[in-house]
Design a protein. Structure first.
Ligand code: NAD
Length: 246
């Protein structure tokens, strides 16, 4: 129960890594606050987490809408009095090679993967600064370390998230708030569903564990970084890729 009674907010938690993280946090004793733009998936995600002794609340929020973020954060503060953990997990891809990428594809990915991380963190950090404690975890990617073919927008957003992490670790660290980033390799979720099987097999072949990761394997890392076991870890970027990039 490493997160006992901690109030933990996970964005994009109706599916994939976000849902696995919310589940792990609930198992570790946290009060879990879900948020996603997909109301139907969110409802079933919340149902799947309900268990004796588990507190789960869910908000249908589009993370690109600052007014919705502010209303949600105010409501969570009102209900629980604090926010101990924020996982900026919501993310999308809209891939195209440089000359084919539309401005809309570029803007859409930057809005969800980068600008929303700024907006959510600004809203939640105000609460954490009042309580002088907290842990903020940002979803980057191995693509945010090395770039990737066809992912100009996604790579820029994930490199940007690492820049946020190192900046906020300096700004918020002295106030008792730790900020870290996680860089998953290729993890079996819906975000990979548009990628052809031949390419996915290439990912498996390049990974030194010869497979893709599972959402739970990233969730375990978020749980560790959110917990007091990681009390001296700040501003780091932790790769969870099975050794993809060595
Ligand atoms: P996913 O597509 O399975 O889940 C993403 C969730 O975010 C969905 O429930 C979706 O509805 C939600 N979401 C998307 N846009 C939103 C918005 N505007 N407002 C609110 N919710 C929104 O994706 P995943 O694979 O679980 O990825 C989670 C995070 O991990 C992302 O930031 C992704 O970039 C990162 N990541 C994933 C992988 C991978 O291989 N799966 C690798 C590296 C990094």
């Amino acid at each position: 129960m490493r997160l006992k009674d901690k109030v933990a907010l996970v964005t994009g938690s109706a599916a994939g890594i976000g849902l696995a993280t919310a589940r792990k946090f609930a198992q570790e004793g946290a009060v879990v606050v879900l948020c996603d733009r997909d109301a139907q998936a969110l409802e079933s995600a919340a149902q799947s987490l309900h268990a004796p002794g588990v507190t789960v609340v869910a908000y249908t929020v589009d993370v690109t809408d600052r007014a919705q973020i502010d209303a949600m954060v105010a409501d969570v503060k009102h209900r629980f009095g604090r926010i101990d953990v924020l996982v900026n997990n919501a993310g999308i891809t809209k891939d195209a090679k440089l000359l084919r990428m539309t401005e809309q594809q570029f803007d859409d990915v930057i809005d969800v993967n980068l600008k929303a991380v700024f907006n959510f963190t600004q809203a939640v950090a105000a609460v954490m600064l009042e309580q002088e404690s907290g842990a903020i975890l940002n979803a980057s990617s191995v693509v945010g370390l090395y770039g990737n073919y066809g992912q100009t927008n996604y790579a820029a957003s994930k490199f940007g998230v690492i820049g946020f992490t190192k900046t906020w670790a300096r700004e918020l660290g002295p106030k008792g708030i730790r900020v870290n980033a996680v860089c998953p390799g290729f993890i079996e979720t819906d975000i990979l569903k548009s990628i052809p099987e031949k390419v996915l097999q290439g990912f498996r072949d390049h990974c030194w564990l010869r497979r893709m990761g599972k959402p739970e394997e990233v969730a375990n890392v978020y749980a560790f970084l959110a917990s007091d076991e990681a009390s001296f870890i700040n501003g780091t970027t932790l790769e969870v890729s099975g050794g993809l990039t060595i």
